[in-house]
Write a protein that binds this ligand. Sequence first.
Ligand code: ZN
Length: 241
Amino acid sequence: MQYIVIHDTEASWDTTLKLVQDPTYVSWHYSVRSTDGLIAQHVPTKDVAWHAGNWYVNMHSIGIEHEGFAPSGATWYSEPMYRNSAKLVKYLADKYDIPLDRGHILGHDQVPGITPAGVAGMHWDPGPYWDWQHYFQLMGAPLQAHAVASSDVVRILPGFEGNVHPVTGCETATVACEPQGANFVYLRTAPSASVYQLPCAAKPSCSRPMDLALTYQLPACQPTSLAFTCWAMCPSVERRV
Ligand SMILES: [Zn+2]
């Protein structure tokens, strides 16, 4: 067992229970209810369930569904749901020796398609409105922002509630979604006047260093962009991007 895959059902609780009992439908190990975090188990963890759209991942994972609709995000992803789900993940990770990190506790939206043709059909749940930072905090394994000089990989922890970005296609392709806190930042490779602008007084702070990486610039302070300077101001960040 290597992974735990986090999903949302795109269905109400009643429908979820009907679907998982339908022998012609797919399967998963656990469901978590939105209102109170109730957990139901449908498949023993020793058995493979059909939930990830990737048979290798299915063979090596436990699938946990969460009642809700990804486009509505926080409306469904309640605190009792986060808390009980985090407890369940922590328990399972301990039992099966699965590391509590984002390389092993996956969103369905991270699971790769097994062929190039299959990629477009992969699911995007639990989506941009699942609060991974909070979820890992509840597991007692908070995510760490980092950048390592020897690697091109950085982790940015942008926060959640105040981290609002344009998202389209929740209901209809190209149509803007209702603004709400999200779990991502857009990757930028060059300064841009259209990205977030902070007043000069809002100096970057090392308490939330990654908030300021990549997407922020302070044109009133330095016309060229402080996006990179922000990194250098924080001792935990060693690398420019
Ligand atoms: Zn899914």
